[in-house]
Design a binder for this molecule. Structure first.
Ligand code: ASP
Length: 601
């Protein structure tokens, strides 16, 4: 029994239709040939009662007839590409044009329908899936094997079905609606040149089916783990290519396809990702390209299934650095590669990491881009980087110093570089005014110290206890670090009296190694304190033999007197430190016999 149609005014949903070209909107000329005629599609559409309810008035929009089981009345308008395109003539520039049109109108519509030729529809849908970042509205791409305007047509069903999905379902994905099936855009591929089921997603069940009822498989909908603001990314890398392996492929062919300026290649291999592993000369070409930092992604030539390392002929590729494309379609792998390579903020390591993750549900993996996908430090940094919340700045200033500190503790300069790319300021100070350089110096992580210095970290920055990175290196006797700091301009900036105090304290405790660290950092070990006494005075008075031995070579005049008129010798004698008196005498004799201007090294 037919359902009763309610004629009362329903809530409305607005859909923006972008007519790019293709069979779906073609018109037959007098010879019966299908041709693209500009500026006629929308007008002709309004002549079809199934596409236009003339009784419903909506300014600047065409209304679809009311449908009983749809909560929203569909209103749509159409913008047409000039010129209309056969999709086999399309390229990245056209994807950018479509993506920009969607992005510009994002706030004014509830959903989008893109009418497109079927030949490269799967490429466009895949590219849009990556370019429309943090999409929160449906974008449905469709086409047809027979024009909407032919008496017998799959185009009308595809068009009307797409309008319904874009208006009445909250599916925040780029999808393909074709032959009554709703498919994830970045999973589709053209599977048939003649059938009304020309597009399919062989490695993923349909997101929905339109039979008598519309059934949406809501568990299959891809929902990202972050709720970030929609953004458009158009900077696709053009220098990506595809290489299909075939029996007898020559080295010259492979070499040509991998040569500069190519930056990434989708390698279409046999079966489960297998390559002619006995052809060492072919492997050498791949190896050489990987060394040149060309990213190679391995996908299967089969229409379904995935690459695996089940066979030696497949695992040889991963051994030389070729990345597994899992079960990605060639279209998804190609457009993802262009997208990932176009990201300036990701370095090569991150690009490779991201390629094996599921960004839009384009591959089957339980690894999703969230904390722990790369490691905790990087995961937090990525989340902070992607965050659009108002507290972002506050969160960054809280977390980044801690993340940088964790990377320094691990001595991992690569991680520090990653953090920098995510927006961390390596020169940031924590609440105690301490920097990553303080920590690196304290821990003696020379590689991190050098990295931070080259990243421009200030060398003489003082924390709230007036301590500089140099103090940290002195206190842990990291002589290599001290020298690296000095070489780059670090200075011991404590006033002489403070230095003298410290020398006294170190001497009294017999800390000879620390005295040497202090000296290396620029301290004058002969400095006198307020009482005119030097470290040597104290060492002699207290009988600290090793300290006297260490200090003596730096004293041109070991007989210098303090404010009470006492020399180190006087103190040693008064305290009956015979061995020190002997040492001082020996030194004095030596001094007399030597050039009086000679100073210790
Ligand atoms: N060559 C046409 C195109 O891809 C075929 C089609 O529309 O299906 O634009």
């Amino acid at each position: 029994m037919a359902e009763k149609i309610c004629t009362c005014r329903k809530k409305e949903a607005r859909v923006h239709v972008i007519f790019v070209g293709g069979t779906i909107g073609m018109i037959r000329n007098e010879n019966g040939d299908l041709v693209c005629v500009p500026n006629i599609f929308c007008k002709r559409l309004t002549e079809y009662p199934t596409c236009n309810d003339q009784s419903y008035k909506a300014e600047n929009f065409i209304a679809l007839p009311m449908l009983p089981d749809m909560p929203y009345r569909v209103l749509y308008d159409v913008v047409e590409f000039n010129p209309l395109l056969d999709s086999s003539c399309m390229g990245m520039g056209d994807w950018q044009k479509i993506a920009k049109e969607v992005a510009i109108k994002m706030c004014s519509y509830d959903g989008f329908v893109i009418l497109h030729g079927t030949d490269t529809l799967a490429y466009t849908a895949s590219a849009l899936a990556f370019m429309l970042e943090n999409l929160n509205k449906p974008v449905v791409v469709t086409g047809a094997q027979i024009s909407i305007f032919d008496p017998r047509s799959d185009g009308r069903d595809n068009f009307l079905g797409s309008l319904l999905i874009a208006s009445n379902f909250n599916i925040p994905e780029v999808m393909v609606f074709f032959g009554n099936k709703l498919l994830r855009g970045c999973r589709t591929t053209k599977v048939n040149a003649d059938s009304f089921h020309a597009l399919d997603s062989p490695n993923l069940p349909a997101l929905g089916k339109m039979n008598v009822k519309i059934e949406i498989n809501s568990r299959q909908i891809f929902r990202p783990c972050t709720v970030n603001k929609f953004s458009l990314f158009c900077n696709l890398e053009e220098n990506v290519g595809m290489i299909r392996i075939y029996p007898g492929i020559t080295v010259a062919t492979l070499k040509e396809s991998l040569k500069e300026p190519i930056k990434g290649v989708v390698l279409q291999t046999y079966g489960a990702g297998n390559f002619p592993a006995d052809r060492e000369e072919l492997l050498d070409e791949l190896r050489e390209a990987v060394l040149r930092e060309v990213i190679i992604v391995n996908v299967t030539q089969c229409s379904a299934g995935m690459v695996s390392s089940a066979y030696a002929s497949g695992s040889v590729l991963s051994e030389i650095g070729v990345i597994s494309g899992h079960d990605m379609t060639q279209e998804a792998a190609f457009t993802k590669l262009a997208y990932v390579l176009g990201k300036p903020e990701w370095d090569l390591v991150n690009k490779k990491k991201v390629l094996v993750l599921s960004l839009r549900g384009e591959l089957t993996t339980n690894k999703v881009p969230k904390i722990n996908d790369i490691d905790l430090i990087e995961g937090v940094a990525r989340t902070l980087h992607m965050s659009t919340s108002l507290e972002k700045e506050q969160m960054c200033s809280t977390f980044y110093p801690a993340l940088v500190a964790a990377a320094v503790t691990q001595g991992d300069t690569q991680k520090m570089a990653d953090l920098q790319q995510y927006g961390a300021d390596l020169c940031d100070r924590n609440e105690d005014g301490r920097t990553a350089l303080h920590l690196a110096c304290y821990l003696g992580k020379l590689n991190c110290v050098c990295y931070l210095i080259s990243a421009g970290c200030p060398l003489n920055v003082q924390d709230r206890f007036n301590r500089t990175p140099l103090h940290e290196a002195i206190d842990t006797d990291n002589h290599d670090v001290i020298l690296a700091l000095l070489k780059n301009g670090a200075k011991l900036c404590d006033p002489p009296l403070v230095q003298a105090e410290l020398l006294r304290a170190l001497t009294e405790r017999g800390k000879v190694k620390r005295l040497e660290s202090f000296r290396l950092a620029g301290a004058d070990v002969t400095l006198a304190d307020r009482t005119g006494r030097t470290a040597l005075h104290y060492a002699c008075q207290l009988g600290i033999h090793e300290a006297v031995e260490y200090l003596l070579p730096y004293y041109k005049n070991p007989l210098l007197k303090d404010e009470l008129g006492m020399s180190p010798m006087d103190y040693a004698k008064a305290a009956n430190h015979e061995h020190i008196v002997t040492l001082l005498r020996f030194k004095e004799n030596e001094r007399r016999n030597q050039d009086p201007c000679a100073c210790p090294k």
